[in-house]
Write a protein of this length. Structure first.
Length: 450
């Protein structure tokens, strides 16, 4: 997405406001993307899926959506059988009228595919027609999209004669060691490997930070590929120290908790927990940094009686996510000051919040004693990661690991420490972490269609 307009759409196939609206993907005012998939209620969707300005593939099906680096799926408690209106790209249906299109988006679209029961039924790709008009053509039917509105598509460069690939890269955090990986390029028709230097050169962007980076390949002047270009995303992954083995997750066993040295300051801190409940039949503590009394702060638990997630930000009142939270799914919960926000568009706000916590934070349990901070109601849940940002600075970044001694725990990549164990059990290890490399979209943005 290139636009900075709130609600600018990527695609939409919804109908009237009270009717059978379905897939809608659009930009929010905070520069993130939201996905809606519901038969009648607009408010059930998921915000903050990924930042704008990043080239990433999106897969949406049924009531699920998964986006590039966000591998968990988010499910609503409703279903549909068909769209409220025909699929529109680069805009949204608006005002309850099927043919009223608005909220035009400025997006670069590399390809759009639709599968029905496993069979490819639509595959739109960028083209320039014989008449010089840039549009999208469905390779399955040969039909081009019918334009709406008063504007015109802006053509990207012609599709290069070569494909490129680059693997994910480990990084030690030193800017001078920013990864500059080898990029493989092959002729699109023959599959023959191109020669670096004589056939192509490579430049890199965003490779000095953890996250998505890009390798930009340009045909060498004077070669058969002069004037052509392509690019590929790759993931920059912060390497671990001390011989620790990265795991996908650690899992509680009903008897184990982790006591950290982190003392929350809800007035300045933002805490994000990536987790999945493994048992939703009992009440469990998820995280806690409070004592009984007037200084209670962040506390998160699964309340089986209400079948909902409960969030406390002081000792006087609490708020539940209710049906917006699905205990069987992996979720990210973000807590900041007086507010907690789940994967959905719903959030909860407290009336007040203390400046600091009553005690250091514990994961996988409650504090049962106001003085000794004894764990209680230890959870059966998976933790994929936990991050704390204070006034814009990363304060803690816990990831699941196995130490060289075989201990399964969380490792703080900022402080180079592990939490203290509490309880009588031990954490269970998830599989060895193996990040799924980026799915590389078609290179270039334009095909010539004659």
């Amino acid at each position: 997405m290139l636009t900075d307009i709130a609600n600018a759409a990527i695609w939409c196939s919804r109908g009237a406001d009270t009717g059978d609206r379905t897939f809608t993907l659009f930009r929010l005012a905070d520069d993130t993307v939201r996905f809606d998939c519901h038969s009648s209620q607009y408010t059930l969707g998921w915000a903050g899926l990924f930042p704008c300005g990043v080239k990433l593939p999106i897969t949406a099906h049924g009531a699920d959506c998964s986006v590039g680096e966000v591998r968990s799926r988010r499910v609503v408690n409703a279903s549909f059988t068909q769209a409220g209106g025909p699929l529109v790209l680069f805009a949204s249906y608006y005002g309850g009228t099927e043919n009223h299109v608005d909220y035009y988006g400025r997006n670069r679209m590399y390809e759009f595919r639709v599968f029905r029961q496993g069979a490819l039924v639509r595959r739109w790709v960028p083209v320039r027609t014989a008449g010089g008009v840039a549009t999208m053509c469905d390779l399955m039917t040969g039909n081009t999209l019918s334009p709406l509105g008063s504007g015109a598509f802006i053509a990207g460069p012609e599709l290069a004669d070569f494909d490129v690939y680059v693997a994910d890269q480990a990084w030690d955090g030193e800017p001078r060691h920013a990864p500059r990986p080898f990029v493989a390029a092959t002729n699109r028709t023959t599959g023959v490997a191109l020669e670096p230097g004589s056939d192509y050169t490579v430049a890199y962007t965003n490779n000095a930070a953890e996250g998505w980076a890009r390798a930009i390949v340009t045909g060498t002047p004077g070669s058969a590929y002069a004037g052509q270009g392509a690019d590929a995303n790759f993931r920059v992954i912060r390497a671990l120290t001390n011989g620790y083995e990265r795991l996908e997750y650690v899992e509680g066993d009903y008897a184990t908790a982790l006591k950290t040295s982190y003392l929350p300051k809800p007035s300045t801190d933002t805490l994000t927990l990536d987790f999945k409940m493994r048992d939703v039949e009992s009440t469990f503590g998820i995280l806690c940094a409070r004592r009984y009394g007037s200084d209670a702060t962040w506390s998160l638990c699964w309340n089986v009686d209400a079948t909902a997630l409960r969030f406390d930000c002081n000792c006087m009142s609490n708020w539940t996510f209710g049906t917006f939270f699905n205990g069987d799914m992996r979720h990210k919960i973000k807590m900041a000051n007086k507010t907690a926000t789940a994967d959905c568009a719903s959030s909860m706000t407290a009336a007040s919040a203390p400046a600091t916590a009553g005690g250091t934070m514990m994961l996988l349990a409650y504090y049962s004693d106001p003085n000794n901070q004894v764990p209680a109601s230890c959870a059966a849940m998976r933790i994929y990661g936990c991050r704390v940002v204070r006034s814009g600075t990363l304060l803690h970044d816990w990831v699941p690991v196995r130490t060289p001694e075989g201990v399964v725990t969380l490792y703080d990549r900022v402080t180079d420490t592990t939490p203290e164990f509490a309880g009588t059990g031990k954490l269970l290890a998830g599989p060895v972490w193996a990040h799924e490399g980026p799915v590389i979209p078609p290179k270039g943005t334009l095909m010539i269609f004659r």
